[in-house]
Design a protein around this ligand. Structure first.
Ligand SMILES: Cc1cc2nc3c(=O)[nH]c(=O)nc-3n(C[C@H](O)[C@H](O)[C@H](O)COP(=O)(O)OP(=O)(O)OC[C@H]3O[C@@H](n4cnc5c(N)ncnc54)[C@H](O)[C@@H]3O)c2cc1C
Length: 605
C-alpha cells in the first residue's frame, strides 16, 4: 500500500528481545488501520447503529430496517476531514442504500473513511440481526456494457484542483464552453489539502495595503530558493502575472475568493484554506455553465495530425469521447506514483493527494512533450506518520515544543546532528543520511508539542494516550521513559547516548548557542519523564513536469508548441527549482490556471 510506512525500527528489536520490552510480539507487524478496529453496535426499535474508527475518530452509522430491507442510512457521528472524508460519506451512503450492500467501492482519496464507513455499516447490520453475508455481496453483480457518449465543447480541462478550476472559470467567463473532468469523486486534489498561503507580487491588494515588492525581487528570491534550477520562462510567467491573477481571483465578478486583509507581506492567506477556495471556485464553474464530471478520469488525448482535438474519458458506466478546440491539462503532480517519483524519495513518507499519479505525463508521451526537472520532489522536515500511513506536517507541534522547554532531534545513534530551528532545506539535508530521527522532549515540551497539534485539529489528547500505550508499535511512534536511559533502551539507541546528548545540549544553553548555530535559551528538564516522537522527512509536491511557453502551451522536445494543448498547475515543471518556496505552488495553481483558461479561450476565438 502506497502510504504505509514501517513502524519504528526499535519495535523490531523489541520483537527479538521480548523480555526487555513491554510491547507484545503480535503488535509488531504493522500499524492498525480503521478497518481492523472492532466495531461497536447498539439497537433501538427498527433503527440500529454501528460504530467504527474513521480517519480522525469514530464514524457511527444508523440504519432503518423494514423486514429484510434497509430503508435509510444516516451517518450520525463523524469527524472526518472536511472536503475529503466528510465529503465522501454521502456517496458511500447513497451507494450502500441503492445497492443494499456493505460492499461499496472506496471513494478515492478517502480510503480510511470508506473502510470505517463499511465497518460501521456492517456493525449496524449485525446489530439488526440481518444476514451480513447477503449484504456483503457487491451491488448489481452482472457486468453491463458501458454506454458510449460523444460530447462537443470548446475546451476540456483535465483535473478539478486549483489550476483546473481557475482555468475552467476564466475560460467560461471569456465566453468558451467547458467540460471539466475530475477522476476523484471529490474535487480539490492537493489544493483542498493546502493551507492557502499565496505568494503575490504586483497585485492591487499589496498596493492598497502598502506592501512593497516587485516581480524582479520575487524572481530573485525564487531563483535563490530553488538554487537556480528554476526554468526562467515559467518563473517569469509567475512573477509577472500573479498580480493580475489574484486581483481576478478576489474580484466578486472573477473568482470571488476571499483572502485575509490587510496584507502584511507578499504572502496572503485564503480564508478557509485551500478547501474553501476549491468550494468557491467549483460553485463559480457550475454557475457559469461548466459541465463537471466527477469520478471520470481522462484516459487519453485525441490527436489529429499532431494537433490535440479532444480527450477520451471513462467512468464506471460511460466511455466519453470529448471533441474540443483546446485541452488544458491540470491534473496535478505525480507524488502518488512510485514509478515516477525518483527512488531516493520513496524512503520518505508521502503526504500529498491520492490523485497525484502523473496521468497527464503518460497522456503526452506520444507527442514527444518536453519534461523538465523530473528529478526534483519537494521534501520537508518535521513530519510524523499518521495511523493511516499518510505523512503529516508537525510545524505547530515543533514550534510549540522548541519555544516552551528543552527539545532536540537525535539520529539512530542518539546524537544531535543539526540546528533543529534552522532553515528547512538545511534540516532536510541533515536528516537525509539518518536511518531514523527522533524528537526528544521533556514533559513541558511534549505537552506543548501536543497542544500545537491538537489546536490545529491534527489529533486529539485521546490519540496521544493510545499511541503512548502502544509504545512505538503503531504510527505515529510515540514513546515515554522515566529516565533518558530508559528512553534510549526503548528506542534501541546506544546506552547512555541520550543522557550525553542532553548534557551537551544543556551545556550549550549556558553558552547561548551550540555547534550547529542554534540559539538556545531553554534547558531539557533534569527530571523525567521524557518522550520521543519519531520524525520523518515527507514529500507531497513534485516540481518537475511539462515545459510550457508564455501562452501556457505545452512544448515538445524541439521547443515547439503542441497545437491545442495547454497546461497549468503542478503538472507544469520548472517553476521552483529543487525546492519550493511556501505559497508559490498554491499561487502558481491559481495563476497558471487563470492564464491557461484565458489564453486557450482567446486562441479559439
Ligand atoms: C498537504 C499539502 C500542503 C500544501 N501546502 C502548500 C502551501 O502551504 N503552499 C503552497 O504554495 N503549496 C502547498 N501545497 C502544494 C499546492 O497546494 C499544490 O501544488 C497545488 O494546489 C496544485 O494544484 P493543481 O490544481 O495543479 O493540482 P491538484 O490540486 O492536485 O488538482 C489536480 C486534480 O487533477 C485530478 N486528476 C489527476 N489525474 C486526472 C485524470 N486522469 N483525469 C481527471 N482528473 C485527474 C486529481 O484528482 C486532482 O483533483 C501543498 C500540497 C499539499 C498536498
Amino acid at each position: 500500500m502506497k502510504f504505509m510506512r514501517k513502524v519504528l525500527p526499535f519495535v523490531l528489536a523489541c520483537a527479538l528481545m521480548l523480555s526487555a520490552c513491554s510491547t507484545n510480539a503480535s503488535e509488531t507487524t504493522a500499524a492498525p488501520t480503521a478497518a481492523e478496529t472492532t466495531a461497536e453496535t447498539e439497537a433501538g426499535g427498527n433503527t440500529f447503529t454501528g460504530t467504527a474508527a474513521g480517519f480522525h475518530g469514530d464514524i457511527t452509522v444508523q440504519i432503518t430496517v423494514d423486514g429484510e430491507t434497509i430503508t435509510d442510512i444516516q451517518v450520525i457521528e463523524q469527524s472526518e476531514t472536511e472536503n475529503i472524508g466528510a465529503a465522501a460519506l454521502p456517496t458511500l451512503v447513497e451507494e450502500a442504500l441503492a445497492g443494499q450492500t456493505i460492499n461499496v467501492d472506496s471513494v478515492s482519496g478517502a480510503t480510511v473513511t470508506s473502510d470505517g464507513f463499511r465497518a460501521a455499516l456492517e456493525a449496524a447490520i449485525t446489530s439488526a440481526g440481518l444476514d451480513v453475508e447477503k449484504f456483503s455481496q457487491a451491488a448489481g453483480g452482472e457486468t453491463t456494457e458501458k454506454e458510449e457518449v460523444t460530447l462537443d465543447t470548446d475546451i476540456v480541462v483535465v483535473g478539478a484542483g486549483g489550476a483546473g478550476l481557475t482555468a475552467s472559470l476564466s475560460a467560461l467567463q471569456n465566453g468558451a464552453s467547458v467540460v471539466l473532468l475530475e477522476k476523484q469523486a471529490i474535487a480539490g486534489g492537493a489544493t483542498a489539502m493546502a493551507g492557502g498561503g499565496t505568494v503575490v507580487t504586483g497585485s492591487q491588494i499589496l498596493e492598497e495595503d502598502g506592501v512593497e515588492d516587485t516581480p524582479e525581487q520575487l524572481k530573485e528570491d525564487m531563483l535563490a530558493n530553488g538554487h537556480n534550477y528554476n526554468d526562467e520562462g515559467t518563473l517569469d510567467i509567475y512573477v509577472n502575472s500573479i498580480g493580475a491573477a489574484i486581483d481576478w481571483l478576489v474580484d466578486p465578478e472573477g473568482g470571488n475568493v476571499e483572502y485575509s486583509r490587510p496584507a502584511t507581506s507578499r504572502t496572503i492567506s485564503a480564508v478557509g484554506r485551500g478547501a474553501a477556495v476549491v468550494e468557491t471556485l467549483m460553485d463559480g464553474v457550475e454557475s457559469a455553465g461548466g459541465q463537471v464530471y466527477l469520478a471520470t478520469p481522462a484516459t487519453e488525448l485525441i490527436v489529429e495530425d499532431g494537433t490535440v482535438v479532444g480527450v477520451k474519458a471513462e467512468n464506471d458506466d460511460t466511455v466519453y469521447t470529448i471533441n474540443a478546440k483546446a485541452v488544458i491539462l491540470a491534473s496535478g503532480g505525480f507524488g502518488a506514483n512510485d514509478e515516477l517519483v525518483p527512488e531516493e524519495y520513496q524512503q520518505y513518507v508521502y503526504a500529498g493527494a491520492a490523485g497525484a499519479t502523473g496521468d497527464a505525463l503518460a497522456m503526452v508521451e506520444s507527442l514527444d512533450a518536453d519534461l523538465i526537472n523530473m528529478e526534483f520532489v519537494n521534501v520537508q522536515p518535521n513530519s510524523i506518520v499518521l495511523p493511516s500511513g499518510l505523512g503529516q506536517y508537525c510545524n505547530p507541534g515543533v514550534s510549540g515544543a522548541y519555544s516552551t522547554s528543552g527539545a532536540f532531534l537525535v539520529n539512530e545513534n542518539g546524537e544531535r546532528f543539526a540546528n533543529e530551528q534552522g532553515n528547512a532545506y538545511d534540516l532536510v539535508q541533515a536528516m537525509k543520511p539518518n536511518t531514523a530521527n527522533y524528537l526528544i522532549m521533556d514533559q513541558a515540551s511534549f505537552d506543548a508539542f501536543n497542544a500545537g497539534m491538537e489546536n490545529s485539529n491534527i489529533y486529539t489528547a485521546e490519540d496521544v494516550e493510545t499511541w503512548l500505550a502502544n509504545n512505538g508499535s503503531s504510527n505515529p511512534a510515540t514513546v515515554q521513559g522515566e529516565t533518558l536511559d530508559d528512553l534510549a533502551a526503548t528506542l534501541n539507541l546506544p546506552e547512555g547516548s541520550l543522557t550525553a546528548a542532553a548534557e551537551a545540549y544543556n551545556a550549550a544553553v549556558d553558552e547561548g548557542t551550540d555547534e550547529f548555530g542554534r540559539t538556545l535559551t531553554l534547558k531539557l528538564s533534569d527530571d523525567g519523564p521524557y518522550y520521543a516522537v519519531q520524525m520523518w522527512l515527507r514529500y507531497y509536491a513534485t516540481l518537475g513536469g511539462l515545459h510550457i511557453n508564455d501562452q501556457m502551451q505545452v512544448l515538445n522536445t524541439s521547443q515547439e508548441p503542441i497545437e491545442g494543448l495547454y497546461a497549468a498547475g503542478e503538472v507544469v515543471g520548472g517553476l521552483e527549482g529543487d525546492i519550493y518556496m511556501g505559497g508559490t505552488l498554491f499561487g502558481w495553481a491559481v495563476t497558471s490556471g487563470y492564464n491557461a483558461g484565458t489564453s486557450a479561450s482567446e486562441a479559439i476565438k
